[in-house]
Design a protein around this ligand. Structure first.
Ligand code: ZN
Length: 141
């Protein structure tokens, strides 16, 4: 993995993280009006209490994303960034640019998706078999 590329991804990830935190800050401010001094840079207030508040405000999705971003930033530091979690091959830079905090290469990702689809199809089959005892209207047009 090239250093310049890693630097770029680090910037991208940091920007994404900042974006989430800014959104949070707004909610934080709305939720706790008057407790934060005007004009004070809330990023300087990185206290444990603030972290706790953030965890309360964060939706699961945001928390997952933030966690994924933090992980990716750590992996950039440790030198593991861009390696697939499953096959340990390098993930292509194009993919990393599109999904900076992905942990899987394209082929492993599609394997997982294929498997997920397979499970879904099994469910469908089960439903259809059950349905066939009653009606099969779905297959007509
Ligand atoms: Zn892989």
């Amino acid at each position: 993995m090239r250093k310049t590329f890693l630097k770029k991804m680090h910037e991208t990830l940091t920007a994404q993280k900042q974006q989430i935190l800014e959104q949070l800050d707004e909610e934080f401010r709305v939720g706790k009006e008057g407790t934060i001094e005007e004009g004070m840079d809330t990023y300087d207030l990185a206290s444990e209490e603030r972290d706790r508040e953030i965890n309360l405000i964060l939706s699961d999705r945001d928390r997952d994303k933030l966690q994924a971003i933090e992980d990716a930033l750590e992996r950039i530091t440790s030198g593991d960034y861009g390696l697939c979690d499953m096959c340990e091959e390098e993930i292509t830079p194009q993919r990393l640019e599109a999904l900076p905090f992905t942990r899987l290469c394209v082929s492993c990702q599609s394997d997982i998706e294929k498997e997920a689809k397979l499970h879904r199809r099994t469910d469908d089959d089960r439903l259809r078999r059950r349905g066939s005892l009653v009606d099969l209207d779905d297959d007509g047009v």
